[in-house]
Design a protein around this ligand. Structure first.
Ligand code: BGC
Length: 763
């Protein structure tokens, strides 16, 4: 969290949010001078072109039926039209499939030809959704989706993920990654929950900053880095219907305390671009929110990069959100609100966009200053990422693309993310046990990766990375085929676009379960995202629950493995399980990681980045108000999730002791140093996430029962003890008060670490 300057006013500590924060700046005086010189030479049409982003399909060759030809090839005539005639400044995406390195080479040569031939003044900035690794380049390394990365609670690993992904993105010739998602995961029905870093603003901020730092580098962008893109500013993740791109209602207090902080932290980290929320918050479409885009993000926080719209969103202001009577009004509203680049992204819409925008500038509905500001920001980023100096594609120079070291990092990320939720002693499994692998998500890699994998929805197994293993294949490889039985059990499919499942091969399942010693039952979700991923209920569907009951009826111990991007309700099948493992969407190496964890070669250390809800009618978060925990009978134990935020077991046990504070009374601006001892009481090494929460006992606005303020993941050897130190800064005691200011109030606070707690007084 950024340091806020505190002033003492009549018993309250008031901080000013208007003070400019100190952001890492990646620009230089030289870059600024070059940008100004370029800007001075550009016509209105050229400037407008810079604000226009089109999708690659627009530039590709098609056959007579209008289908993209394979391998994909750039159509030079279309490039002439878009990049030379209209001066389009940015291109995104991949068409409909994952491209080979050769295809990427061809694409990059094609889109950069006009700049290299001096037919256009500014190079094209190419953007891609490499959101869990370079998912659109064949052979790219695929990591866990963000929700799994968050479950590692390991910012160091998140940074390495960022570095690796940036490296492989640059190897593909691309300078801009539409990642990370910094939306808060507080609406589990939302189809993109798996793309978030979970429910807590502090965890999201810490992990998000680390990813941005990995993408952009600690000491500036070089040929192994890309520009990050914070998504999706802001409030997109909390649609009240649960369905994608539907309205959210977010009170200012929640906006300030929960939804904005991860973006603010990433801006401080120097994040170069931001993508805007496609939805509507408090009645205002994200793309028209002047207050958030211009006042908060740009003026108050000092964001120096540019804001890109989401897919077709200028158009949607007219066609969907109905706040713009015409397409032109949509453009005017969005640009004037502070969006700098429009992902138009198709033809002939892009030609229409350029025409209307030029008109709007000429007639003064968009000022020259606003246009210049947008273009200045875009050019600045193009200079920072090195588009003017470097050869556009250096694939051959990236020896580490898809290397063993990259694979090892992806495996490690999966190992640290997967979370053990229940274990009656069945785990670790023994290699000599005959195991039955079953369930709809057990036998295909698509269930480990989810959407944004090789294709948008990630549901086409034909693109699976060669050599990477499903859960079944990984366990067969690990313990030998002779120790593994397989029965599909149930299948997931789409029924009129909605996820459904059905039992499959009941007799086969019954006979194989009878022959097995233990059952690994893989349940979960069909890969999907955005609108196609809308669901109608958080409950795991009937056939999957029935399969679990069939497994229990066999009398064999059952280990549930959940391959899902959010907490699907599984209350009815929890009690009879001998073990439950939350695998999230662990990526291409998830099968191997699961095998190593289930058989005990590796130890579990993942912790839930969200509250695992028990009832679909009771969606509550760990930092609820005390009233949420109030039972009908007036006890305070009614907060009853399946598993709590931050929860996760290990093959060893940890004991916490000696929680001490260096002061029990503090004044304005003072910090508190907290120490705690953590002992590994088991007989094998383990990693533990030490989590520090603060509870404010009384405040002028109802306080949360506790809020996460610090955490650290530590490795502790068997029987070893480690002493962990945290510093609670004054701003950790603040909240967004009634009069719209960040304040802290005198009173008692508790520091809570695991089951220990200690109090201090703020005078
Ligand atoms: C998504 C964005 C994504 C963009 C480009 C949109 O539909 O909402 O997250 O970056 O498409 O693919």
């Amino acid at each position: 969290m950024n340091a806020r300057i505190i002033a003492f006013v009549t018993g309250l500590f008031v901080s000013s949010t208007l003070l400019a924060q100190t952001n890492k700046s990646l620009s230089t005086p030289k870059i600024e001078a070059q940008v100004e010189a370029d800007l001075a030479k550009m016509s209105i049409a050229e400037k407008v072109g810079q604000t226009c982003q089109i999708t690659l399909d627009v530039l590709l060759k098609k056959d007579d039926d209008g289908k993209l030809i394979e391998p994909v090839e750039i159509d030079p005539e279309k490039v002439q039209e878009a990049i030379v005639k209209y001066g389009v400044g940015s291109v995104l995406n991949v068409g409909w499939k994952t491209l080979s390195m050769e295809e990427w080479n061809g694409v990059m040569e094609g889109v950069h030809a006009p700049f290299q031939d001096k037919e256009s003044k500014s190079p094209v900035l190419y953007g891609i959704d490499a959101i869990h690794g370079v998912n659109y380049t064949i052979g790219g390394t695929l990591f866990p989706q963000e929700i799994g990365l968050a479950a590692t609670w390991n910012p160091g690993l998140a940074m390495q993920f960022g570095q690796a992904t940036a490296y492989e993105t640059r190897a593909s010739g691309i300078h801009w990654n539409f990642s990370p998602v910094l939306d808060l995961g507080r609406q589990p029905l939302w189809s993109r929950n798996f793309e978030t870093l979970g429910e807590d603003p502090f965890l999201v901020s810490e992990m998000g900053k680390a990813i941005v730092c990995g993408y952009q580098g600690d000491g500036g962008i070089n040929s192994e880095h890309v520009a990050a893109c914070m998504k999706h500013f802001v409030g997109y993740s909390n649609p009240s219907t649960g369905r994608d791109r539907t309205p959210a209602w977010i009170p200012e207090k929640y906006m300030q305390e929960l939804y904005l902080p991860p973006f603010k932290a990433a801006v401080e980290e120097g994040a170069l671009t931001v993508m805007i929320n496609s939805g509507v918050v408090n009645g205002i479409p994200g793309h028209e929110n002047y207050e958030l885009l211009t006042e908060t993000l740009k003026n108050e926080w000092g964001f120096e990069g540019f804001a890109v719209s989401d897919w077709e969103d200028f158009i949607m202001l007219h066609t969907v959100h109905r706040t713009a009577e015409t397409l032109k009004d949509g453009i005017i509203n969005a640009i004037n609100a502070g969006v700098d680049m429009s992902m138009v992204p198709l033809a002939p819409q892009y030609q229409e966009y350029c025409k209307l925008m030029i008109e709007a500038v000429n007639e003064g509905s968009i000022s020259q200053e606003r246009l210049d500001d947008a273009v200045r920001r875009i050019l600045r980023v193009k200079y920072i990422v090195g588009l003017y100096e470097k050869r556009m594609n250096q694939a051959k120079e990236y020896d580490d693309f898809g290397s063993e070291a990259m694979h090892q990092l992806a495996l490690e990320s999966a190992l640290e993310s997967i979370t053990l939720l229940e274990n009656d002693g069945v785990l670790p499994l023994k290699k000599e046990q005959k195991v039955l692998i079953t369930g709809p998500t057990s036998n295909n890699l698509i269930y480990l990766n989810g959407a944004w994998t090789h294709t948008w929805q990630g549901d086409n197994p034909n693109f699976n990375t060669e050599g990477r293993l499903s859960v079944r294949e990984a366990i067969e490889t690990h313990v030998g085929k002779e120790n593994v039985l397989f029965s599909q059990g149930a299948e997931l499919y789409l029924d009129e676009g909605f996820e459904a499942s059905k039992l499959s091969g009941r007799d086969d399942f019954l006979s194989k379960s009878a022959q097995s010693d233990v059952i690994i039952l893989c349940l979960g979700e069909f890969p999907s995202t955005e609108k196609p991923g809308d669901i109608r209920s958080l409950n795991l569907d009937a056939a999957q629950l029935e399969l679990a009951q069939m497994a229990y009826a066999s009398g064999k111990p059952v280990v549930l493995v959940l391959l899902e991007g959010r907490p699907r309700i599984i209350r009815e099948i929890v009690e009879d399980a001998s073990g439950i493992v939350q695998a999230y969407l662990p990526g291409d190496f998830g099968g191997e990681a699961l095998a190593q964890l289930l058989y005990g070669e590796e130890n579990f250390s993942g912790k839930l980045p969200y509250t695992y809800h028990k009832y679909d009618g009771q969606i509550e978060f760990y930092d609820h108000a005390r009233s949420v925990a109030r039972h009908k009978a007036n006890h305070f134990d009614a907060f009853d999730p399946q598993w709590e935020f931050g929860y996760g077991l290990s093959y060893t046990t940890f004991e916490y002791s000696n929680l001490t504070l260096d002061k029990t009374t503090i004044g304005e601006g003072d910090s508190v140093v907290v120490t705690v001892d953590v002992t590994n009481t088991g007989d094998r090494e383990g990693k533990e996430v030490v989590q520090l929460y603060i509870s404010d006992h009384f405040a002028s606005m109802t306080p949360a029962v506790k809020s996460l303020k610090a955490f650290e993941k530590v490795v502790i050897g068997a029987k070893d003890k480690k002493s962990i130190k945290f510093v609670i800064a004054p701003e950790d005691l603040q909240f967004y008060g009634k009069d719209g200011k960040w304040i802290s109030e005198p009173g008692t606070f508790s520091v809570r670490i695991e089951t220990l707690s200690a109090d201090f007084e703020l005078k």
